[in-house]
Design a protein around this ligand. Structure first.
Ligand SMILES: *Cc1c(COP(=O)(O)O)cnc(C)c1O
Length: 475
């Protein structure tokens, strides 16, 4: 058991552990290969009766825990969307832990609240979001979307759902491609999954605005109450961009809350050449994106913006006696801007990352990833036995192995086995999606320190293992 004054005893051993980890990261298997229960079995069943020394824990960290880690910061991590980090973010996270702030209200750490306000402004302005919007850091996009749904619900019911419960006739709309967090939010908000209507998409897998409007009209006819549309800038499967401007127009016409989910692709709004994705966003009501995905800031850190913070606060505020403060009303008490009362000091890592990179540095990295993806997609396109299933967009490519002469009905299975071989090789990690019914491989190039050589390595691996799979399919 250590005392505060003992901090420096092992601090350098810990930072050395981290530095060594960063050094050897590329040699480690990207995806952990442990079997279910393998780690659990190695952890004693009870709290040790007597305290143990820190060096023992560091040893077990290396021996027991590390094999069970999937290395999200490995440059050949191309799965899901990245949850990337950076040296600066790790520094700040260490300091955040040292300060140990619980920033539920302004008075519990004015600096945490005010730095957060500034960081949200920095991002808002650099991304071309309306300058009168206000932002708050949340733990995840899922929470932020839940908050948007709750706010929409209160607005639609004149703040009566908070009093008497949610009526059963509210309707929420998203596309068939939208993230599962919308459905989860609708369930938690008491709106009910059956009241979430999934609008069909076009060939680019973007929401069809006419179909949305037709559905809203039909619902109104049927005596239902449209409450919220959740559109997407960058769907999870294929990075499709819904027509934000047209959806905003419809929402304004029918007085419906418009929440924009840009959890992943939102980072690209920092690039002027991608700000077209947000066209019409000024007419939306709320917007979420995750710096913890593609902005070099380690999980968790979600930026949530609203046009009218008054409605948000009215939806969520609570004021027990112990939280009454003299400064209420003059400052932002962020506990009223999200679900949990307690809040980490997440603004610090954004501050470190944005200051150390500068806007130019962040833009350079994003563009570099986009460029690497273009080169990867070109390779796929030019290869006789591979094909693109969507045009590459931002830093993601949807593709599959389709060797000439093999009947199409074998392709799903072939690609599934290719993916499995790639991932169990430990050399790279990719995941899949379905486009229609087609099994689709997804390559995402967004790890902070990824370079051309890493992408080339993954591409060579894919080609080599694909050959093996083809031979397997023939025998
Ligand atoms: C990742 C993602 C989410 C969920 O993000 P969390 O922060 O993990 O809740 C929601 N929407 C989209 C489009 C995403 O890509």
């Amino acid at each position: 058991m250590l005392d505060r004054k003992d901090f420096s005893l092992y601090a350098s051993a810990i930072t050395k552990w981290i530095a060594d980890y960063f050094q050897q990261l590329e040699q480690l298997p990207v995806k952990s290969a442990v079997k279910p229960g393998e780690i659990y079995q190695q952890i004693p069943a009870h709290i040790p009766a007597e305290g143990e020394p820190i060096p023992d824990m560091l040893k077990d960290l290396s021996d027991i825990i590390l094999p069970g880690i999937t290395h999200w910061q490995h440059p050949n991590f191309h799965a899901y969307f990245p949850a990337n980090s950076s040296v600066e973010s790790v520094y700040a996270e260490m300091l955040t832990a040292a300060l140990g702030v619980q920033g539920m209200i302004w008075e519990t750490s004015p600096a945490a609240a005010e730095l957060e306000e500034r960081m949200m402004e920095w991002l808002r302005d650099a991304m071309g979001l309306p300058s009168n919007w206000e932002g708050v850091i949340q733990d995840t996009a899922s929470s932020a979307t839940l908050v948007a749904l709750l706010t929409a619900r209160e607005k639609a019911t004149d703040f009566q759902s908070n009093e008497t419960g949610t009526p059963g006739h509210l309707r929420v709309y998203c596309s068939t491609q939208t993230h599962s967090s919308i459905e989860k939010g609708v369930k938690i908000a008491g709106i009910g999954r059956r009241n979430l209507i999934k609008i069909p998409v076009d060939e680019q897998l973007a929401m069809q605005a006419e179909a949305l409007e037709a559905q809203i009209r039909a619902d109104l006819q049927a005596g239902l109450q449209p409450c919220c549309v959740v559109s997407a800038i960058g769907t999870t499967g294929t990075l499709a961009v819904d027509p934000i401007k047209e959806i905003s127009r419809i929402c304004q016409e029918y007085d419906i809350w418009h929440h924009v989910d840009a959890a992943y692709a939102g980072s690209a709004l920092l690039l002027p050449e991608y700000q077209w994705m947000g066209e019409g966003i000024a007419q939306a009501d709320s917007f979420v994106f995750n710096p913890h995905k593609w902005l070099f800031t380690n999980f968790d850190c979600t930026a949530y913006y609203v046009k009218d913070p008054g409605i948000l606060v009215r939806t969520l505020d609570i004021l027990p006696e112990y939280l009454r403060t003299a400064t209420r009303g003059q400052v932002n008490d962020y506990r009223d801007w999200g679900i949990p009362l307690g809040r980490r000091f997440r603004a610090l890592k954004l501050w470190f990352v944005m200051r150390s990179y500068g806007l130019n540095g962040m833009q350079e990295k994003l563009r570099h990833h986009i460029q690497l993806n273009r080169a990867f997609a070109e390779g796929v396109e030019q290869h006789a036995d591979f094909e693109l299933l969507m045009p590459p967009f931002l830093n993601a490519t949807c593709f599959r192995y389709a060797p000439q002469g093999l009947p199409p009905q074998y392709l799903d299975e072939l690609n599934e086995s290719l993916l499995q071989r790639v991932n169990s090789s430990g050399e790279a990690y990719l995941t899949h999606t379905k486009i229609g019914n087609t099994y689709t491989l997804r390559m995402v190039i967004g790890q902070t320190y990824v370079e051309e050589r890493h992408v080339k390595k993954t591409w060579a691996l894919l080609q080599g293992l694909a050959e093996q799979c083809k031979k397997g399919a023939h025998t």
